[in-house]
Design a protein around this ligand. Structure first.
Ligand SMILES: [Zn+2]
Length: 336
């Protein structure tokens, strides 16, 4: 359990249809230039959940959506678009775009029901008209899996990026989606995003995120900051993995001899970050620190023979990993 002294309770604590049918009378002879219609290419998994056991822990992977990201030469500082396409092809994935699925996890363990991250809540922009960002399927898929969202007692947050926390906020009102759950966040992440001086230091495109976090989260009374690597609920421990963001955290689940590392964004897309752990992505705030955290985490998973899953692993995301030359190889584990 968390040592009380280390817990710090926070007291204050579309894509629009691009191809709009104009319905014009042809006699008007007005032809609007056809905007390219960009629609989701990747079929949703059916069902959008998968349940498996890690010891006595009942884990349910829940599909939230997918970011089909247009290729961008700035995506990695030290890998070309051609190299990225090759890595995707090697993993058997499309090379038309970078497929970035979003999965959240519900764990039932020791009598508690815990949600690990909350997806994008249908509130994440793709930033680029050639990309598409679909999210917010978590709730429907959770219900399809027989899980009542009102029964979630604890929400663990890995970091404050939109695809991990916007599912905690109602779309138009910012009202809490899980008002009765305890929301446990890494203290380093909370402190960084709620620093009043942060907004001015961020690039323009990141400022709305910081403003939203600062306007909403500190007013919630059910947010608990945890320092370091405490056991945050019985059987689940925070594992510090900074770099992607300053307080980015993985979740370690253990039950009996079975262990699962929920790596969140420490290993990002296995197709890119496992075979090439030294590639430095624009999505990592401190790419060198992120690489060190990635290697430390993956080496530990191998040494301790854990299972691993991540927020953006290929659905359903449960895997084993091994060393493979200078990198790592992933084997997806299929359960029934
Ligand atoms: Zn993410």
């Amino acid at each position: 359990m968390i040592a009380t002294s280390r817990r710090n309770l926070i007291l204050s604590a579309a894509l629009a249809g691009a191809g709009t049918a104009l319905g014009l009378d042809k006699s008007l002879a007005i032809v609007a230039p056809a905007a390219p219609v960009r629609r989701q290419q990747t079929p949703d998994p059916k069902p959008g959940y998968l349940r498996y056991k890690i010891g006595d822990a009942e884990c349910t992977a829940i599909y939230d959506g997918i970011w089909e990201k247009a290729h961008d030469p700035k995506y990695f500082g030290n890998a070309t678009v051609a190299e990225i396409k090759q890595a995707l092809a090697d993993a058997g994935l499309t090379t038309a775009f970078v497929p970035i699925p979003i999965t959240v996890f519900v764990i039932k363990l020791n009598g508690k029901l815990i949600l690990c991250d909350s997806g994008g809540g249908d509130q994440v922009q793709a930033f680029n008209p050639e990309s598409i960002f679909v999210s917010g399927k978590m709730m429907a898929n959770m219900k399809a899996a027989g899980i009542d969202p009102k029964k979630i007692e604890t929400v663990l947050v890995s970091h404050f990026h939109p695809d991990h926390i916007f599912g905690l906020l109602e779309k138009k009102t910012n009202a809490p989606v899980f008002p009765n759950a305890e929301i446990i966040v890494p203290a380093a992440e909370y402190k960084w995003w709620t620093d009043p001086s942060l907004t001015a230091r961020l690039p323009e495109w990141r400022r709305p995120l910081a403003r939203r976090i600062q306007t909403v989260i500190p007013n919630w009374k059910n947010v608990l900051q945890v320092e370091g690597e405490d056991e945050v609920v019985p059987g689940i421990r925070f594992v510090s993995a900074p770099g992607h963001t300053p307080g980015h955290t993985a979740f370690h689940v253990s039950s009996g001899n079975a262990q699962l590392m929920i790596s969140n964004d420490a290993a990002y897309l296995p197709a890119l970050s496992f075979g090439h752990p030294g590639w430095h992505g624009a999505f990592d705030q401190n790419a060198e620190l992120a690489e060190a955290s990635r290697r430390t985490l993956l080496d530990r998973v191998i040494a301790d023979q854990m299972m691993i899953c991540g927020s953006h692993f290929p659905w359903p995301g449960l895997a084993k990993i091994a060393r493979d030359g200078a990198g790592y190889a992933l084997t997806t584990v299929h359960t029934t």
